[in-house]
Design a protein around this ligand. Structure first.
Ligand code: 0A1
Ligand code: ZN
Length: 864
């Protein structure tokens, strides 16, 4: 007998089952009597029958009890409605009615952080994807667009500020110390974009004049003490607004734009119409507590949410299978914005590193799914790197194939054609075809087929004819539910370098459309060096037979910064994979390439810092059929030591030379810090006796978190008195600041230290650890499960700790719990002993009665 037979299977939702809604809701009026312990919500929906049918009205609800139901003003008696899986079902006689419901909520008991919840004394909402049904009965699907009017009242002393979507229209004083406000949003929107916030907030207020001359009031709302940390977010917002006008011709459309920062939030931020709600880590930044990466994160996420106003809100998604329609496109937009604000080269390298670290593993494991999925059990599990980052790569390929003007024409057509609609990925592709003048027939497979395509590139040179032949073969690996794949349309940018001059005759865009294809290039007296997938033109894995010498050549000469970085990475990967496999490897090639890069004064220091970075342990694991975390760690550590030791004088020189005089956020200053930190890292890795002292000195002297945290991280990897002292100092200095204390947890969870797994157990019991704050959970367990060597400790203790956390967290916050599952699901790659231990933990989770469907879906798929 199946021991899990008692777990009723939650329904699987399929894309092919989409049906237009039976009833529409053109208008909704909401009245909130707000209170942290008990809030009442009265909703008045105008509903209209959509088409000719006699199906009932179904209003989704999750955990709601209707205290009153009225239709056209008349209170229904209990026999006139019923609940079905939480939803309120009403049979209505006519084609248009007013339906009114009354419910009660307990925001302070809402630990899932979906719906209306309390965070640090505030009341706030999170409705995407299906949180609105936890606030009121409503057809909770993104293709129902309604005009919202929101009346909210609350105790004025505790909640002096009352915000909702759209424009403020009225406010006043009530009885018993209460006050009220009314907000109207003129733009019809899906309910996942609804938001309200009530609390004691201070405002960083500013203004922006749009390209047509309208003035928009901007507000960033935070706790009073955090006001000084909001300047960067405000600048990012104004830059984003100007950028969307300049690059996409898109203007903001309301008179106010508000952002609120909250401490407890499941994701990064949320694009609610006119009232974005943010995880405070993507708003608050100052030099003392935020690293340069944090600053860039603030800029990128502020931009991302702002850009959603067009790519997501004005044009929204028909159903959740279309999620990448808004997310992939918006990530593409925010990536290009950040590139324009800083360095295109470095941003592209960072974005590819993120894709490879997060999306490639997903695409090769049990949770692989297409950019437009076919089915899901719990939509929250589909806010993935595939939907977001691979989705962005699809848009990037379209933009590359079209060129800037035609891409813009396609975007204009898309926005104009679908403004005010709930659209599909297919609508987007068609707008690109019609507006850009391109046939994307075969390209559509990118939306359908999961798995990272592999392209094998073999180049042959015929000295007699002077021709070069490039043979490309492609294959897409099988993924769950997709055993066989068709060849994809893959745009590959290539250049052929002349070995003697270090130059090429122009970069070409090859369009690979078949399983095997040959391209010929005339007029090469000598065999050239192949530079391929330049700028990472397609999200594929390229296998080529380029020699270490050719890679070293490219690492010194390629004029495409990404390809140059990539050559360096491949050079390092080859050496490391050789070492891991027990072969003697030529470390000298890597050392020489790094020396060359460090001493090339024409290069941007931020690029140099990227180029000299060793591939991560996880990335090395991804290159291997069977991952041996200990061997990978040992090989990488040894190479790092060798690079450190052989180039020690250079590291010392860079570290001393790049010491800044005063803090600045200029690209030059950020680049210098990045390279200086890399130098410190290698210097300590060299084993130099004064390494820890130099790191400790940087830690103590730094006037910014970028250098302070890097020094702490470097120290955390080793065993020294300085390690203990620095961790202690950091803790005592920042214990009262949750976002910075997260760094203390995270740094230890990331550490390459043999004791990390035991430390995690200790930190999980630390008085400052809590399961109720998702940032804290991610800082400890999220970071730890990304630390391959520590997490895959052969004892299996790492797996047990993460599984314990998932089990403890699931009843509190299932979304955040489910996001910890994927690392356990990669068992097939880890050899029989570790695989057995990982599966055992997954089964232990599955055996727990009453598991959320979030965790259930991820664990079941992970065991397959
Ligand atoms: N649309 C948001 C992502 C998001 C999704 C779900 C959330 O709640 C659990 C919150 C945010 C974005 O892309 O930024
Ligand atoms: Zn988004």
């Amino acid at each position: 007998m199946d021991i899990h037979a008692s777990t009723a299977s939650p329904a699987v939702i399929r894309r092919s089952d989409y049906r237009a809604p039976d009833w529409l809701v053109p208008d909704i009026a909401l009245r909130f009597e707000l209170d942290a312990a008990l809030t009442t919500v009265r909703a008045t929906l105008s509903v209209t029958r959509n088409g000719q049918h006699d199906r009932p009205l179904r209003l989704d609800g999750d955990g709601l009890v209707p205290l009153e139901v009225r239709v056209d003003g008349r209170v229904l008696d209990q026999a006139e409605w019923h609940l079905e899986a939480g939803a309120l079902i009403l049979t209505l006689p006519n084609d248009a009615h007013q339906v009114e419901t009354l419910v009660e909520l307990a925001p302070e008991r809402n630990s899932k952080l979906m719906g209306l919840y309390a965070s640090g004394g505030l009341l706030c909402t999170q409705c995407e994807a299906e949180g609105f049904r936890r606030i009121t009965f409503f057809p909770d699907r993104p293709d129902i667009l309604s005009r919202y009017s929101v009346h909210m009242s609350a105790a004025k002393a505790r909640f002096p500020i009352l915000l909702a979507n759209g424009d403020p229209v009225e406010q006043g004083e009530g009885d018993n110390g209460r006050h009220w406000a009314v907000w109207n949003d003129p733009y019809p929107k899906p309910c996942y974009l609804f938001a309200l916030v009530a609390g004691d907030l201070a405002c960083n207020a500013d203004r922006f004049v749009t390209m047509s001359g309208r003035e928009v009031q901007l507000g960033i709302w935070v706790k009073e003490a955090d006001l000084p940390r909001t300047a960067h977010a405000m600048q990012a917002l104004k830059n984003s607004m100007a950028w969307d006008e300049r690059v996409y011709g898109r203007e903001y459309d309301l008179d106010v734009f508000n952002i609120v920062a909250v401490a407890d939030f499941n994701f990064g931020a949320m694009e609610n119409k006119g009232l974005n709600i943010f995880n405070s880590r993507y708003i608050l930044a100052d030099p003392d507590t935020a690293t340069d990466i944090d600053y860039d994160g603030v800029e990128g996420v502020v931009a991302h949410e702002y850009f959603h106003n067009w790519s997501g809100n004005r044009v929204t998604c028909r159903d959740w299978f279309q999620l990448s329609l808004k997310e992939g496109f918006t990530v593409f937009r925010d990536q290009n914005f950040s590139a324009d604000m800083g360095s295109h080269a470095v941003k592209r390298i960072e974005d590819v590193r993120i894709l490879r670290a997060g999306q490639f593993p997903e695409d090769s494991g049990p949770l692989a799914h297409p950019v437009r999925p076919e089915s899901y059990m719990e939509i929250s599990n589909f806010y993935t790197a595939t939907i977001y980052n691979k989705g962005a790569e699809l848009i990037r390929m379209i933009a590359l194939m079209l060129g800037p003007e035609r891409f813009r024409a396609g975007c204009d057509l898309y926005f104009d054609r679908h403004d005010g609609q709930a659209a599909t990925c297919e609508d987007f592709v068609r707008a690109m075809e019609d507006g850009g003048g391109i046939d994307l027939g075969q390209f559509r497979l990118w939306y359908e087929q999961a798995g990272t395509p592999r392209v094998r590139a073999l180049m042959a040179h015929d000295p007699a004819s002077g021709t070069v032949e490039l043979a490309l073969t492609q294959s897409v690996p099988p993924t769950p539910g997709q055993p066989e794949k068709q060849p994809m349309a893959i745009p590959l940018r290539v250049a052929l370098f002349d070995r003697a001059t270090g130059t090429h005759h122009g970069d070409e865009l090859l369009k690979l459309t078949q399983a095997e294809q040959r391209f010929t290039f005339p007029d090469f007296a000598a065999a050239p060096v192949l530079s391929i997938n330049r700028d990472f033109s397609a999200p594929v894995i390229v296998d080529s037979d380029r020699s270490q010498a050719d890679l070293a050549f490219l690492s010194a000469h390629d004029d495409d910064p990404f390809a140059r970085y990539e050559a360096m990475q491949q050079l390092m990967v080859n050496v490391l994979v050789g070492r891991i496999g027990g072969q003697s490897a030529d470390d000298a090639a890597v050392v020489d390439a790094i020396r060359h890069t460090l001493t090339d004064s024409t290069l941007d220091p931020a690029f140099v810092a990227e180029a000299i970075r060793l591939p991560s342990e996880a990335y090395l694991g991804d290159q291997m059929h069977m991952v041996d975390p200990d061997a990978i760690h040992a090989a990488r550590d040894a190479l790092q030591h060798r690079i450190g030791a052989e180039l020690e004088p250079l590291w010392r020189d860079i570290h001393a030379r790049l010491r800044a005089n005063g803090f600045s956020l200029s690209p030059a200053a950020k680049g210098a810090r990045k390279l200086r930190n890399a130098a410190l890292h290698y210097l300590v890795a060299s084993g130099a006796a004064d390494g820890p002292a130099i790191a400790f000195d940087q830690f103590s002297q730094a006037d910014n978190m970028t250098e302070r945290q890097a020094a702490l991280g470097t120290l955390a990897n080793g065993e020294s008195a300085e390690r203990i002292a620095a961790l202690d100092i950091f803790y005592n200095r920042y214990r009262a600041d949750p976002l910075t204390l997260d760094k203390w947890f995270q740094t230890q969870a990331f550490a390459f230290h043999p004791g990390t797994v035991d430390l995690i157990e200790e930190l999980g019991r630390h008085k400052d650890f809590t399961l109720t704050n998702p940032n804290r959970v991610r800082a400890l367990y999220g970071a730890f499960s990304g630390n391959q060597w520590a997490f895959h400790h052969r004892s299996g203790k790492g797996y047990r700790l993460v599984a314990d956390c998932i089990l403890a967290l699931d009843p509190i916050n299932p979304q955040t719990a489910a996001r910890l599952v994927p690392p356990l699901g990669r068992w097939k790659r880890f050899g029989p002993e570790r695989a057995g231990l990982m599966q055992a933990e997954l089964r232990r989770i599955l055996d727990r009665p009453g598991l959320s469907k979030d965790v259930l879906e991820q664990v079941r798929k992970s065991l397959d």
